[in-house]
Design a protein around this ligand. Structure first.
Ligand SMILES: Cc1cc2nc3c(=O)[nH]c(=O)nc-3n(C[C@H](O)[C@H](O)[C@H](O)COP(=O)(O)OP(=O)(O)OC[C@H]3O[C@@H](n4cnc5c(N)ncnc54)[C@H](O)[C@@H]3O)c2cc1C
Length: 438
């Protein structure tokens, strides 16, 4: 094989970085290296859910069969429950106020298994562990410019394009914004976008074996069959089965809206006791208590998000996934958006008209398509959380709240990933120099 058309360094091997590596592996003329800070690829947390448009991407990338094997049930496109919304913040049995149904329903996985499928699809030799990026620098300018990656262990690597997939606390985002302001004369207000902001919410997360969710008389807990959204004032509980229906994943959220954008004191993720979770949701309907008292080894997460960035790319450096648009989890969308970033970025980089001389146009095409959508989902995710907790404009007017919650999901079907790819190609082709098109 001849020299690659360019070398791409992916900083961070989470869901976003690994999907990008898999998507780029379809182009033999692109060299890919994944630099991961940890000693191995790993996911923390419990469940992760995706929607039909993300499933479409995994199918295009040739991974549907493998993901089918580890989903809650093999996805077949038939209509399914997205979420069953109940009013639950009272001791009496609650009631449904809205049923959100979509093709495929909500497709659910165990996070560790999800990452394993991506790792299995990685080509050999691309992963480098223990490589925590400390900073980067561009050594020359023009078509022959190279980016040097400086790692915390003192080692150095070079690439043509650096993709920051390094999560919500991204080092790449920090340097990109600092360079833009200090060397590029950019608006100093952009420095406020470096640090994530606390949403005012904490999430208790944990798993429960399904066997513990069946009463002695054989009655199953509702959430075994249906993804549930138990709603109440300033709190809500999400639960759904994963791993072929053998485990229930629980995320119980408690919010202090007045603390939105304040500084969270303490570590973002800690262990906590089951008693703390039960105390937080005391007085909720019986099926919530039944579930929470079975939660195993709960952990407590301070939920942060990014202020929407005005750009995702500068020069030959580009952001993807949580590094670009970390969002609250209320639409189950952060991983799906990272996967969609990876799909579109790989498609524009692999396009026959993308070369080192048209790389800026390719990265601009990625940004033109992905930034408006991902920033829209970022904003919508927070708004949805407010609605689930009766803190939106409709409060607890449940009759009107249901449809309002439903319309928050319009982005799921207003476009398709394939349509978005076409849009990116059109932007690319409209901007590459006529000579490059010959
Ligand atoms: C409670 C909760 C529930 C959620 N539920 C869902 C859901 O159901 N569906 C959904 O779509 N999304 C969900 N999300 C969001 C989703 O988890 C994230 O959006 C997604 O995992 C982001 O993936 P990523 O690859 O961009 O970043 P990350 O997963 O954070 O990966 C970043 C990687 O970069 C590495 N790294 C970091 N710094 C460096 C460095 N300096 N050098 C090298 N490597 C580095 C890290 O070790 C890590 O491997 C949820 C989030 C939370 C908090």
């Amino acid at each position: 094989m001849g020299a690659p058309k360019f070398r791409i360094a992916i900083c961070g091997g989470g869901i976003g970085g690994l999907t990008l590596a898999v998507a780029l592996s379809r182009y033999p003329d692109i060299r890919v290296d994944v630099y991961e800070a940890a000693g191995q690829f790993k996911e923390i947390g419990a469940g992760v859910m995706i929607w039909a448009r993300t499933w479409e991407i995994l199918t295009i990338l040739g991974m549907a069969e493998d993901f089918s094997r580890i989903a809650h049930a093999p996805p077949d496109g038939s209509p399914g429950v997205g979420f069953d919304y109940r009013k639950s913040d009272q001791p009496q049995e609650g009631s449904r106020f809205y049923l959100f149904e979509v093709p495929y329903g909500c497709i659910r996985f165990h996070r560790a298994q999800f990452l394993d499928v991506l790792v299995d699809h990685l080509p050999p030799g691309v992963a480098h562990f223990g490589k925590r990026l400390a900073s980067y620098r561009t050594t020359e300018h023009g078509a022959s410019s190279k980016t040097e990656l400086l790692f915390a262990d003192g080692s150095v690597a070079t690439c043509d394009i650096l993709v920051g997939c390094d999560g919500i606390k991204s080092v790449v985002r920090k340097q990109m914004l600092e360079d833009h302001v200090r060397e590029g004369g950019g608006d100093p207000c952009l420095l406020d976008h470096i640090e994530p902001v606390w949403s005012g919410s904490i999430a208790y997360r944990g798993l429960i074996p399904v066997s513990q969710m069946v009463r002695p008389d054989g009655v199953e807990h509702r959430t075994i069959r249906s993804p549930m959204m138990y709603c109440g004032k300033s709190k809500h509980v999400v639960s759904y089965s994963i791993s072929r229906g053998s485990i229930v994943n629980v995320v119980a959220m408690a919010s202090q809206p007045h603390l939105y954008k304040s500084m969270y004191a303490g570590p973002w993720v800690t262990d906590c006791s089951r008693e703390e979770v039960l105390e937080c949701f005391a007085g909720w309907e019986p099926e919530v208590e039944e579930m929470l008292k079975r939660i195993e080894k709960p952990t407590k997460w301070a939920i942060h998000e990014l202020k929407p960035l005005p750009f995702y790319t500068q020069g030959r450096v580009v952001l993807l996934g949580d590094a670009a648009h970390a969002m609250c989890p209320h639409q189950g969308a952060g991983a799906g958006q990272a996967i969609e970033d990876a799909f579109i970025l790989a498609e524009v980089l692999g396009h026959p008209h993308t070369s080192l001389s048209t790389i800026f146009q390719a990265l601009a095409a990625y940004e033109a398509v992905r930034l408006p959508m991902a920033n829209h989902v970022l904003k919508g995710s927070r708004e949805s959380g407010d609605m689930y907790e009766f803190n939106g404009s409709l409060g607890d007017d449940l009759v009107r709240l249901g449809p309002q919650i439903g319309s928050q999901w319009d982005w799921l079907w207003e476009t398709t990933p394939e349509g978005e790819r076409e849009k990116a190609f059109q932007v690319l082709m409209a901007t590459v120099a006529p000579a490059a098109r010959l």
